[in-house]
Structure formats: structure tokens, C-alpha cells
Design a protein. Structure first.
Lengths: 402, 402
């Protein structure tokens, strides 16, 4: 059984929504990779009673808890006091901590404000965690079942302290054996359709299957327990990838990280020394914008209205192919991608109406093309238009075009 | 006393740190503005026991709880089941919900996968909350002390449903006397510079001042308690806006919502019947992409390399002005916006090096221009380039150009 971990964030600015709690996500990822089972995140404001209650709850529920925030010098920083009440250990002045805080100010040629003394008051029995970047030292101690680690809420201080001074002691204190997460990344297919594809997939009961839709792609996740047979793992992943089919553009976690769609494309474009020109309509600049910083993109054109183009408006599939060939010649690139759409502006703006996307890619060996429907809010359609055009390029580069 | 609210997020991807919980921050802000005292955020993974335990805890601790996630069609979506166990209300098929889910697929010319049936199973006594954007309906019900609202985890579905279908029922159900939040929205100036501008601002002690940086803008927030004198409030806001200066493009909460930069611009463009052509370099399509669905944008061009343009490379400020005049003539619009940058590709890609942005706007009365430095990661620079070019247009439209 994995040790159970929790994350606890303190701060009025978190609880009122003034800041987004990135610390919790970062710490979760670290703890999960180390081999903890992270069970809960909790955030509370700067109220002593709420803090004491929460620490007492966690003390009997978890094996380890990382807490951020509330270590500052001001009156609303109450963590040490709350820990003292919840644990029964009185606060004591830590002389080394005070020394370090004084030094922090001395280096900056300032005298230490009286308020900062408070930061050197730590609960008896706590182990101090030095802060090389700010005035607030962290500390760790056991309360009932749970090993608590308290760190400042400033992200870069917290991360530096966790990495340098917390990770190794956690490894020493707990018996950890991390799982292996494999992620199949796909585009152009929905979450429930993937689930249908995988209906016949038989996995060992110890393997967890999960899904997640993010704006550009759907992730299928296979979580293998520590020590799972390497060969059998590869067979499971291979089988899942085959069942989902060509929608899968990358597999992360098996042999490193392959990255998102644009990274996968970029690696192949560079390897094959291809150059690209694009002409986009529905995506209105977003296709070019997604290729930012990629030197294989040589030219980008936007047409705001398909009606302005000198093409047969009644056969956009063919028109896209003709335009792609022309663009390739005109821009002297070896690939040219054209993205057209059918439907008027009002269809595009109406979340309940679809537009039809026509993509064509001119290559040295001829033209390949794709057709899709895009639905939903206008920005969602725009993103679909850009991503599905890029996906045609990805399929060509991976030799997966029909 | 304000009613106590909590936020509860479900999902393995939150608890494992794969995604950052932006939903919790957004909902907190909404609830705080409505007049709730938000006390806790909690996130748990997709485990039935954990979900049931948490719902039972919150049911006796809070007056209202907004929960997101776990309403999808897959086997790891367990919210409805957990609610049923925690509340004792059995799950029943909601015929209207099933109808809507079927229709969602029918509109898209696809047949409904069997798995989606599950999304129409709601706890008895729950009030359904329709989802116009996806397949997962939400629902609300009272368990012991607490009014629970369950919404999907997909941010745009969650936000649309909360705004359209949850806010008014919450106002009806609870006796809320909200504080009044005024937000000054600014662009082109940092958070600490704004703080310096406001050093001499004297506010009554009951008024809270806060700041938040979001990707495109910095928000300065003034929170006035319920019943604060209207005239005095206007004086405070006016004084703050004057101290920050022309960087302020909108003030939300005083006389309704003025919206983001593109909305402010769009309203003025339509009122004045202007048309626009753009030529962009550093933003590489993002400037045009941000104008999606705005019919005053008539033409958009991208130049991937400033060196390709037939201009004096040693005087980009002037070159931008010349190109803007040419673009206005060539595209026959009454405004034309050109966005150039100095610095090579390696400067652009290096987060520790700056690029210089030159914007010029040709108008019927002549050309106005601006110059900025952009710093940070490549995508951040790209966004700055697009936003600061649009801000020149905003300043012209608001008669704030020098």
C-alpha cells in the first residue's frame, strides 16, 4: 500500500479566488511521482480555528502532508500558531532561524523589522527547513499519524526548498515504489468514442485506465503499478494504441515524452527537412500562431472570407486541393497546407450549428486531404480548425494518410 | 452573517497535479462577489469512498457547495453515485436529460454511445441543470444543511452553466448582501508599477484593495462593503483610475461590465463604423486570431520575417508608419494596423532577452504609433505583441493617443 499524502494550502487570496493554486498541482505531481497516493487538496483562509481543525483532521487521515503558506511575518500568518495548538507543542525561539533571518536583512543592508522575529518561533520538536531565498524558514514534524512539512507559499521558494531539502528525507522516511504512467495522446476523436474503441481491451486488474479531454486532444492514461512486467506493459500499450487507431499521435511515458501535436510535427519536419506554407480561413491566424518559433514555417496567409478566393465555391474539397498546389508553387516550399470551411459567418458564430472544414496538403508526391465537422462555441471551432489542419500534416509525416 | 460556501473539485487529474484547478479560483471569485463567505476548497480523486466521505463532511459544515467534475460518461465519473450514497436518494433516469443527450449526438449526426446513458441518471429529488454545450447535465439538491450544485469540470461548460442557470437560483435561495467589487482593467503596465501609482491613494479602512495579473492585463480590485455610499465609491474609483492613467481600458462593476480589450475595441469600432486591416509579424497570426468573429476586420496579413519586408530595417518605427499608410490604401479600409519587431529569432525565443515592438495605426487623420519592450517566454512575447498592437487601436478609439 502506498502511503497516503495530502496537500494543504493556506491563504485568503487562494480561498477568495484572487490567485490560482498552482502550488498544489506542482506538489501533487511531485508526490505522485515519488510514489505517494495523493488523496486530497484542501485550501483554507487565514482563520486560526479553521487551520487548527484542518491540521487535526489530516493528522489522523494521512501519512504525509505538505502545507504551503502562512509562514510570513504579518498578523494574518498563523500556521506556526495553529500547528502549536493542534499538536500541543509550544512555540520556541529557534536561534539559528533568527540568525538566518537577521542575515537575510543584513545582506540587503537593511535592519530586520521586529515583526520578522515571529518567523523564528517554531513548534518544539519541529525540524527546521532552511530557506535560502526568503525570510520564512519551513519546518517538519509528526502529529499523530501524519508527517507534516510546512513550506512558504511563494512558489519559487517553496519549489527550491522542496527539491533540495524535502525530497530525500521523504524517501528515507517512507517506503516508496512509484507507478508508471503511460499516456496515449489523440486528436480528432472524442472521449466516449475512445472508450468504445477500448471496449474489447482486456487489462490486468492492477492496471488503471483513465481519460481526460483537454482543449486540443484527448488523453488515454494507463497506470501500471510498480514492478509490472515491462514486456507485458508494452503489449498492453500497443494493443490500446491499435484499438484507438491513427488518431493517436504520441505515446508519453513508454520511451520518454513525445510531447504535444506541434512538438511531434516539429520533430518530424526537422528530421525530414521539410518547409511549409499555410493558407487558413476558419482558424483566422491561429494555425500560424501555433507554429510560433518553428523555422520550417516559411509563409502564412489568412483569408477572412472563403468567398474572396478565386475558387469553385460549390466544391471546396477540390478547391482546397487546387489552392494547396498553387500555394506550394507560389511560396516554393515543399509542403503547403490549406484550410477552408463551408458555412457562413452566422453558422460559425452559432454554437448550435456546425461548419465543415476542408484541409488539403500539397506534397512532392501529390495532395492529401481531410474533411471534418466542427461544433461548439466560436473559439472552440477556431481551435478545432487549426488543430485538425495540423493533424493532416502530422498524419502525412507519420505515413498515416490514406 | 454571510452564508458559508465551499468549493469541491473532483478528478484524478487535479489530485495528481496533471491539471491546475482554475475552476476553484473562478468559482470562489463568483461566490465571493455574490456575497458568500468561501471557507474551503477541497479536491479529491475518482474514488467512491473519498467522494462520499467528503460530501457527508461538507453537508454538515457549509450552507452551499459548488462541485465540479465527475459527471462524464466513463466509469471513473462517480459523482452522481457518490451523491446518491451520501444523500440516500436513489439514482433515477431523467427522461429529459436522456432526450437532450440523444439530441446532442443527433445534431452531430452521430448515434449516442451506450455509455452516455449514465449521464442521465440523477439522484431522486435533484433539480436538473441543463448543459447547452456538452453531454453532462448538472444537478442541485440539498443534503442536510448544505445546498449542493454539481457541474461538469470542463471550464467553458461549467462557467456558462453557472452564469446562466445557477447564479439567479442562488440569489433566490440565500439572503445575500454582496460587497461591491469594482475592477479597473489595464494593459501595458505591471502590477508593482500600479502599486506605486496608487501609493498616495487614501481609502476608507472598510475598502479592500487587491491586484491580479492575468495573461493579457492587470486587474486592480476595489472591494466596497455592502451599503457603502455610492457617491463616495465613485470618487474612490475615479481617483484610482486617474492615478493609474491611460493604461486603464475598462472599469467593471461601476456601471455594468465593459469587458475585455477586444470587447471594448469592438464596441467602439461598430459605433464609429470603422473597418480595419492588419499586418503582423511577432504575433504571427495571434492578432488576427483575437479578432475572430468581428466583421470590422477586413484583411489580415502575416509576415514571418521582418527582413522580407521592403522597408528601412534600421528605422522600424518609421517603417511601421509607412507600411500602415500603404496597407490602408491597398486594402481600402479606414484604419490599418501594422505590428513590427526588432530582434532576431534567437532573441525572440530566449526568455531572458527582450524584443522591441513597433506598432503603427494609419487613420483618416494621420498615423499614430507606439513602441514597447516585450520580455519572457516566447508565447508570452507573442501574446504581448498582439495585445499591445490592439491597445494602440483602443487608445485611438478612446481618444487617448498623444
Amino acid at each position: 500500500m502506498k502511503p497516503v499524502a495530502e496537500i494543504f494550502s493556506q491563504g485568503e487570496e487562494v480561498i477568495s479566488g484572487q490567485i490560482v493554486d498552482h502550488n498544489a498541482a506542482w506538489l501533487s505531481e511531485q508526490l505522485t511521482e515519488l510514489g505517494f497516493a495523493v488523496k486530497r487538496h484542501t485550501a483554507v483562509g487565514d482563520h486560526l480555528d479553521d487551520l487548527v481543525a484542518l491540521i487535526k483532521e489530516i493528522a489522523v487521515r494521512a501519512d504525509c502532508c505538505i502545507c504551503t503558506g502562512g509562514l510570513g511575518p504579518t498578523t494574518d500568518d498563523l500556521t506556526a500558531e495553529a500547528v502549536s495548538i493542534a499538536s500541543g507543542f509550544p512555540l520556541r525561539l529557534d536561534e539559528s532561524a533568527l540568525q538566518q533571518i537577521r542575515q537575510f536583512f543584513a545582506w540587503r543592508n537593511r535592519s530586520m523589522p521586529e515583526a520578522n522575529c515571529k518567523q523564528a518561533m517554531l513548534p518544539e520538536k519541529a525540524i527546521r527547513i532552511d530557506n535560502a531565498y526568503g525570510t520564512a524558514p519551513g519546518f517538519a514534524l509528526k502529529i499523530r499519524r501524519c508527517w507534516f512539512v510546512f513550506l512558504p507559499g511563494v512558489p519559487f521558494e517553496m519549489k527550491a526548498m522542496f527539491t533540495a531539502l524535502v525530497v530525500q528525507p521523504l524517501r528515507d522516511r517512507f517506503s516508496l515504489s512509484p507507478d508508471c504512467l503511460i499516456t496515449l495522446r489523440s486528436i480528432g476523436i472524442g472521449e466516449s468514442a475512445i472508450q468504445q474503441c477500448l471496449e474489447d481491451l482486456v487489462l490486468p486488474s492492477s492496471v488503471q485506465l483513465g481519460f481526460r479531454a483537454v482543449p486540443d486532444e484527448v488523453l488515454t492514461k494507463l497506470l501500471f503499478p510498480a514492478g509490472f512486467d515491462e514486456q507485458e506493459k508494452r503489449v498492453c500499450v500497443q494493443r490500446a494504441a491499435e484499438l484507438i487507431g491513427d488518431y493517436v499521435f504520441a505515446i508519453d511515458g513508454l520511451d520518454g515524452t513525445q510531447g504535444d501535436l506541434i512538438e511531434v510535427i516539429s520533430r518530424l519536419m526537422r528530421d525530414k527537412r521539410h518547409t511549409l506554407a499555410v493558407l487558413e480561413t476558419a482558424s483566422q491566424g491561429l494555425l500560424a500562431a501555433k507554429c510560433l518559433g518553428r523555422d520550417w514555417l516559411r509563409a502564412a496567409e489568412i483569408s477572412l472570407d472563403t468567398a474572396d478566393l478565386d475558387i469553385n465555391q460549390h466544391d471546396l474539397a477540390n478547391a482546397a486541393r487546387v489552392l494547396a498546389r498553387q500555394l506550394r508553387t507560389r511560396r516554393q516550399t515543399n509542403l503547403a497546407l490549406v484550410q477552408l470551411y463551408a458555412g457562413d459567418q452566422s453558422d460559425y458564430g452559432d454554437k448550435d450549428r456546425a461548419i465543415v472544414l476542408y484541409n488539403a496538403l500539397a506534397t512532392p508526391k501529390g495532395v492529401v486531404s481531410s474533411r471534418h465537422h466542427a461544433f461548439g462555441a466560436i473559439k472552440y471551432k477556431q481551435n478545432q480548425a487549426a488543430s485538425l489542419a495540423l493533424d493532416l500534416l502530422r498524419r502525412y509525416l507519420q505515413d498515416k494518410c490514406l
